[in-house]
Design a protein around this ligand. Structure first.
Ligand code: ISL
Length: 557
């Protein structure tokens, strides 16, 4: 099978299955629900789906804790449902990539259960078990801290041993040093590729290789020990091995969730000749409004900083023929309306969302749309901590209660940053449960379902939904969006994000006003002869950009 780069033409829609569509009315989304919405997806124009985990799981982290890689979580459906989904998507020209979560398993996975039961079992070496320190081993093996707050070590009963978990307690880390573990991963990959899956979104893939010293690291405010477990010494070797033994035999793609990678590290992961990953997710731009990459510590949005990040990644990847993914939302981020200087006011909400959409969608890379983003869905309206379901939110709430110095910061950011903001049920219509289900869903429906829902937007030709449809059409029609060189046209402007994509004499220009003011812009007269491909306003002036105005302009070579 020839390994091609179809992913460069992909427009990927992320589905978070719990919250997309509930076909059997048990309050939780499922695979048949997705099948029932294929026409909606086709109409939007996307040609690939990233499906967040549907494998069997106790759901401590909504499926990112897998207890059996070879079966489907019952409330989501069966393996036959998954096969039906793949076939029906393929019949409609839509590919499917699965979420590959292999940095850790669930603590309910049979490997881990065996490892706990018998310290001589071969499965003990599938994970990291280390002796604690101090009298009675009552201190963890080292001072590393994890992604959901607190130590990365959980003691096994009263034994001297602790196991490593970079995420929740129920997510023990796999030991990739062990060749048997890598064989298991390859078998999982082959199983799904043979079934017809087109690739994988590789969860926290940059964490799979750990420095083996397991020593203390200098204390830090954010993640302590990250130099020991991010981009570890054997990361490239492991990924290349997967490529040679599995990926190269299929026409598939991989996108790595490369948390905490620098541009140079990410380049190495995606340069095609190195045969590791097809592309990467970097989070520099979603960290623009926090300090130290810690979302709980808010930082004022700054457009110049935002633009600088994009220039760096666009140009950096272009130079080495690497490949970016383009996104502004996912299941771990809060919703974008009201973020990145966009507006939540009725008057400008859709206009500014269209502006943000044009700006990120036409860069070089593969664009992703997270379910509901195309409607302008907003953060949930949670009132008390009990309204939240997310394990991270509850862990951080615990820290807030236990560590007084963190309280003022977390009081401000906990509700705003909770991942559940992006996980409320998809708003299909304005009925009681937003057409997602006929009974109370697993997490509350957003009150604004009356104003924001798919049914309404499908009837309004000026909706955000149709704007995304138009952007997708542009990407399919203008090859320069795939190949042209990126160039920031106004790096010093505080209000305008303007860039072009150039190849020979052909040029595509995107000009966006990230403010609520009318802004004078000299570029408008410079490009006045260019063809206007799309804008969020009907009349465009030659000198002034209206509030949140965006224009996409084009000149043939
Ligand atoms: O959401 C985050 C913290 O607020 C991120 O740091 C996130 O934990 C990180 O991007 C890794 O995310 C992925 O792996 C996690 C899972 O909980 C996330 O949903 C997934 O996207 C563990 O599998």
């Amino acid at each position: 099978m020839k390994h091609t780069d179809w992913y460069k033409d992909a427009i990927i829609y992320q589905i978070y299955p719990r919250s997309f569509c509930d076909s059997n009315n048990d309050g939780m989304g499922d695979i048949q629900g997705i099948i029932s919405k294929i026409d909606y997806l086709k109409n939007l124009g996307i040609n690939c789906i990233w499906l967040s985990p549907v494998y069997d799981s106790p759901q401590e982290d909504n499926g990112y804790d897998i207890s059996d890689y070879y079966s489907i979580y019952k409330p989501f459906g069966t393996m036959d449902d998954l096969k039906e989904l793949i076939n029906k998507l393929h019949e409609n020209g839509i590919r499917l990539i699965m979420d590959l979560v292999v940095n850790h398993t669930s603590s309910e996975h049979k490997w881990f259960k065996e490892a706990l039961k018998d310290s001589n079992s071969k499965y003990r070496n599938y994970y990291y078990f280390k002796k604690g320190k101090g009298k009675n081993y009552n201190r963890p093996p080292n001072n590393w801290t994890g992604f959901f707050g607190g130590t990365t070590w959980e003691r096994v009963g009263n034994s001297p041993y602790y196991y490593l978990h970079l995420f929740a307690k129920g997510q023990p880390d796999l030991n990739w040093e062990n060749e048997e573990v890598r064989k298991e991963v390859k078998n999982i990959l082959k199983f799904y590729l043979d079934m017809g899956v087109d690739g994988f979104r590789c969860d926290v893939i940059t964490l799979i290789s750990k420095k083996q010293d397991f020593k203390n690291r200098a204390p830090t405010l954010a993640l302590c020990g990250k130099d020991a477990y991010v981009n570890g010494p054997r990361l490239h070797e492991f990924l290349h091995e997967l490529y040679l033994d599995v990926y190269s035999n299929y026409d598939c793609m991989t996108v790595g969730e490369t948390v905490l990678s620098t541009l140079n590290e990410a380049k190495e992961l995606t340069i095609p000749s190195r045969e590791e990953l097809s592309m990467v997710f970097n989070f520099d731009h979603t960290n623009v409004d926090n300090f130290f990459g810690v979302k709980w510590i808010e930082r004022k949005f700054n457009l110049k900083r935002f633009k600088k990040i994009f220039s760096k990644w666009q140009n950096g990847m272009y130079e080495v023929n690497g490949w970016n993914s383009l996104f502004i939302e996912n299941h771990d981020q809060r919703r974008s309306p009201g973020r990145f200087n966009t507006s939540l006011d009725n008057e400008y909400k859709d206009i500014s969302s269209k502006m943000l959409a044009s700006t990120y969608f036409l860069m070089q890379g593969t664009p992703f749309i997270y379910q509901g983003q195309e409607l302008g869905m907003t953060n949930g309206d949670f009132k008390t901590i009990d309204d939240f379901k997310d394990v991270e939110t509850h862990n951080i709430d615990k820290m807030r209660k236990e560590i007084p110095i963190l309280r003022p910061i977390l009081n401000k950011s906990l509700f705003r940053e909770s991942r559940d903001n992006a996980r409320t049920p998809f708003q299909w219509d304005d009925s009681e449960f937003a057409g997602f289900s006929t009974i109370t869903p697993w997490i509350q429906v957003n009150k604004n379902k009356k104003e924001i829902n798919a049914k309404k937007e499908l009837q309004d030709e000026n909706s955000l939904l149709y704007y995304y449809q138009k952007l997708i059409k542009l990407r399919k029609e203008y090859k320069i969006i795939k190949t042209g060189k990126y160039n920031d046209l106004l790096p010093n402007s505080k209000y305008i994000f303007a860039y072009n994509r150039k190849e020979n004499n052909e040029e595509l220009v995107v000009i966006s006003n990230f403010s609520k003011k009318n802004i004078k812009c000299k570029l408008l007269s410079k490009y006045k002869e260019y063809k206007l491909l799309l804008s969020n306003y009907e009349d465009n002036d030659n000198t002034i950009l209206k509030p949140y105005e965006t224009r996409i302009l084009y000149r043939e070579g």
